[in-house]
Design a protein around this ligand. Sequence first.
Ligand SMILES: C[S@@+](CC[C@H](N)C(=O)[O-])C[C@H]1O[C@@H](n2cnc3c(N)ncnc32)[C@H](O)[C@@H]1O
Length: 250
Amino acid sequence: MAHKEVLNDSVKPYNDRESKTHQLRNMFNTISKDYDFFNNLMSWGLAHLWRRKAMRWLHDYRTETLLDIATGTADMLLLADQLLSPEVLRGIDISEEMMNVGWEKLKSHRLDHKTELEVMDCAEMKFADSTFDTVTIAFGIRNLERLTQSLEQINRVLKTNGRFLIIEMNEPQKGPLAVLYKIYVKLYVQLATGLLSKDKEAYAYLTKSMHYFPQGKALIEILTDHDFRLLKYKSFTFGVCSAYLLEKTN
Ligand SMILES: C[S@@+](CC[C@H](N)C(=O)[O-])C[C@H]1O[C@@H](n2cnc3c(N)ncnc32)[C@H](O)[C@@H]1O
């Protein structure tokens, strides 16, 4: 079923003129060499744990072909190989520089023979219909500008009953945790990235975009409307990160 496009472009890194995807490509190309360091710094190293916990859910399903969208520096692909040993690993991203960093990591783990990384926008994937058993996306869905089209594409490239695993950060909405989170962003993230990063706007975008992207029930509703069925949903570390495991239904 074709859906009306809903743009996910209310927050952009640098300006209102250029498209979000164009700006994100520049932004991630610029920060590619520092991304792993800052991702660890901002998540206190927990991003690795969250990826691992969620990827383990896929143990229950057979995965021979896996696509990681917004693969960036390829941590999801490294983990998928470790935990699921698929025969085919593919990664796509709009930022070539992020994937260059990822490619070096894949080579050092001797995964270059079974992995391919390609510059591709999730909204315009070139893969044939029903190619993958599993599609994953970690800390990437809130960046997808053409969300509707991207979800349609993910559905298209998945095999019947194929799995779709999403991991995404959340902004705590209310209560003491929301207050603590605001302090954490103001003091820790802004200070650390302000002192250490070449591109402060990039890290401001990463925290601000969390505020506007649907999470929990609201995201699940969107996914259900796009022909996915929820298999499992869990929040980690007081709800600052969530994972969603879905199955293609059409
Ligand atoms: C926060 S990084 C996440 C990287 C990695 N998945 C991880 O777990 O650390 C988000 C990535 O999304 C990519 N991205 C943004 N928009 C995209 C799109 N439309 N299609 C594919 N990748 C996109 C960016 O280039 C960036 O590498």
